[in-house]
Design a binder for this molecule. Structure first.
Ligand code: GLY
Length: 408
């Protein structure tokens, strides 16, 4: 008992300020000048990459700091196109616009030919690429592709369990589960509803959010990565990790998807009951950060550990806080904006690539899926850049510098 208490005290970060809110008084915020510099460098890095990555895509993670090209056949390729659009927003450079349009052609072909789309990651694929292209430059191909992707996504909805199944064949009990990451796939459905007026997209998204938030969040507001249901009755069965350290731990990126996912859930539903969920999931994340505010790959680990970091989780959570700040009372909005700026200061100073010879990515020290005795997923992309880490770094910075019209 004593040991547990000592561990908790050791893990706890920050200080409770006025109104019981967690603050980090000794941490500096990223400045406007630093944000500008970071976006200038990131945009140049994206432009430098266009030669290789216009008719191909970045692999999900770098190897020794460098991404290799892949065809458009993996769940992560939309992030690279999203970086192109963010760099286009920052610079107005038409080379980026042309490349973004070429990539939309590829996404349209992918959904038309149904290449590797039998999973739930249609939002990760089609929001930062095709929805973004439609919103930014009015791409009709982007609109067509994204609506087809939304149609694909709703084929994975289980009316009995009321959730969208993440992976695998729909009739297999061992696949009858949702995963917390899916919260980021749902904005595609809300966008499709707004575009077409068809209620089915919204109804499915609303139901999935309800089922997900009722089950993946534990009593202490840490989160399950995945949650299984009974295939016959749809009743909740049990949580399990896939990419986390162990079943009962909080995989850092899962918790970060929870922060951003709850903010997006609130944006689209305006259900008041999601507000305290956001705050508590966020607080769990923040209290389990190490000194420099960038988590280890699982929140089980903290300062002094030799485990790798997952810098992508820091940027994802910052994006979630900045999104939620739009809907909160002023005091809370200022609070979460400050924390997001403190986190991004550390990502920029301690993790971002500053020299193109070091890496063709943007942010180092991210972890896709690490080894652990209990991790049932594959192991790859440990302590490397990854495509979503780079994308959400740019998104967080963009959010901090202008009133950004989100791709989600
Ligand atoms: N959505 C999978 C991951 O975060 O690695």
């Amino acid at each position: 008992m004593l040991q547990i208490q000592v561990l908790r005290v050791k893990l706890r970060r920050g200080r409770k300020g006025v109104g019981g809110m967690l603050t980090f008084p000794d941490k500096k915020e990223i400045t406007t000048e630093e944000i500008q510099k970071a976006l200038d460098f990131s945009s140049m890095q994206v432009i430098r990459n266009l030669d290789i990555f216009t008719d191909s895509f970045q692999k999900a993670y770098s190897e020794n700091g460098f991404y290799q090209p892949i065809p458009n056949n993996y769940w992560t390729t939309g992030f690279w196109t999203g970086e192109i659009w963010l760099a286009y927003e920052h610079t107005g450079d038409n080379r980026l616009k042309d490349a973004g349009e070429r990539q939309i052609d590829s996404f349209l072909e992918r959904i038309n030919k149904k290449i590797e789309v039998d999973h739930h990651d249609m939002g990760f694929l089609y929001s930062p690429s095709c929805v973004a292209g439609y919103k930014l430059i009015g791409s009709q191909k982007g609109r067509e592709a994204a609506i087809k992707a939304a149609d694909q996504l709703i084929t994975r909805f289980h009316p009995v369990g009321e959730f969208i199944q993440a992976w695998g064949p729909m009739d297999a009990p061992e696949n009858y589960r949702l995963i917390i990451d899916c919260l980021l796939n749902l904005p595609l459905l809300y966008w499709a509803f707004e575009e077409t007026g068809e209620e089915k997209y919204k109804e499915i998204a609303d139901k999935h959010i309800h089922t997900a938030l009722a089950n993946v969040i534990r009593e202490d507001y840490s989160t399950w990565h995945t949650f299984f249901f009974d295939m016959k009755t749809g009743a909740p069965d049990h949580g399990a990790t896939c990419q986390g350290y162990r079943d009962g731990s909080a995989w850092a990126r899962g918790q970060a998807w929870g922060v951003y996912g709850t903010a997006l859930a609130y944006k689209y539903t305006h259900r008041d009951s999601y507000l305290p969920i956001f705050k508590n999931v966020c607080e769990y994340f923040l209290t389990h950060l190490p000194e420099d505010m960038v988590p280890y790959w699982d929140l089980e680990f903290t300062d002094g550990s030799n485990e790798p970091r997952d810098s992508s989780s820091a940027s994802i959570a910052a994006c979630g806080m900045l999104e939620m700040a739009k809907y909160l009372e002023k005091e809370d909005a200022v609070h979460y904006t400050r924390i997001a700026k403190q986190i991004m200061k550390s990502v920029y100073e301690n993790y971002a690539v500053k020299d193109e010879k070091q890496s063709n990515g943007l942010v180092l020290h991210s972890t896709y899926s690490n080894h652990s005795p209990y991790n049932t997923c594959n192991h790859y992309g440990v302590d490397e850049c990854n495509s979503w880490g780079d994308y959400f770094y740019m998104e967080a910075l963009t959010r901090l510098i202008k009133d950004w019209r989100l791709y989600w």
